[in-house]
Design a protein around this ligand. Sequence first.
Ligand SMILES: [Zn+2]
Length: 65
Amino acid sequence: MAPEKALKKRDYIGIHFKCCNLYGRIYKNAAGNAYVGWCPRCARKVEVKVGKGGEGTDQRIFQAY
Ligand SMILES: [Zn+2]
């Protein structure tokens, strides 16, 4: 565990906002257990839990409903 490194590394995932049909990216939250962001157009909140296996989620693009 290296908190400093974790902070420096801005992990993000690509996300498809279905509400406005556009793509963007959302960043990991402070706790590191989910990716959180907002649709750039309508500000809908999006949250994607980080997979149990740690950093790795197989998907790179998630969908926000
Ligand atoms: Zn939207």
